[in-house]
Design a protein. Structure first.
Length: 200
């Protein structure tokens, strides 16, 4: 399955996908494209080092969301992308991408949704004082982290945890869970029935 990874920052989850492919933990998948909305983001260097094609853009150079999403779609079609993986992509997906990829787009979020959606989820959970938080991979819909949940992993918040140590534990789970879910989706093991997601 040809996938495109969308990212906005350093790309540690992109790196985890690449590593899982190299070690054979993730099979049946090829990263055909990286899409990045920040031309200075480190994830672009990661992709270039691996010889993975990159489409980077700045939203301000387009008339609006529909315009830059149409530009993204042209690159996705050119690369025959079958699945979009949002891995630290900090923009809400609009109608243009959803129309073509709804049910074929997944997102990684650093909390146990529906708790703590949106930005700074790890900090939100830490400040709230929860004892258990975690990681969610879900299908993307028009809302903010509201799509059907595919899989979740829990992370215990210890009394001695700081925001930094909690973030490290969350990222560790992210790097394990995301490649696992991608492989299941690529293998046709994931079925969405309404809001419920079942594993075949």
């Amino acid at each position: 399955m040809k996938i495109a990874v969308f990212a906005s920052g350093s790309g540690s989850n992109f790196g985890a996908i690449v590593q899982a492919l190299k070690t054979g933990q993730l099979k049946g998948v090829e990263i055909s494209l990286l899409v990045c909305d920040r031309p200075d983001a480190y994830v672009i260097k990661r992709a270039e080092q691996e010889g993975i094609p990159v489409f980077s853009f700045q939203s301000k150079e387009y008339a609006g969301k529909a315009a830059y999403e149409q530009a993204i779609l042209r690159h996705l079609r050119e690369r025959e992308v079958e699945l979009i993986v949002l891995a630290g992509y900090m923009r809400l997906i609009g109608e243009a991408l959803l129309a073509e990829y709804e049910g074929k787009m997944i997102n990684l979020h650093p909390s146990l949704l529906p708790a703590f959606p949106g930005k700074d989820a790890i900090e939100q959970a830490f400040d709230y004082g929860v004892k258990i938080t975690g990681v969610t991979v879900h299908y993307v819909d028009a809302g903010m982290d509201t799509g059907p949940i595919i899989e979740q992993r829990t992370v215990v918040v210890e009394a001695e945890d700081t925001l930094d140590t909690l973030a490290q534990k969350i990222h560790q789970q992210e790097h394990q869970l995301l490649p696992e879910v991608i492989e299941k989706v690529a293998a046709g093991k994931v079925e969405m029935v309404g809001r419920k997601v079942k594993m075949r």
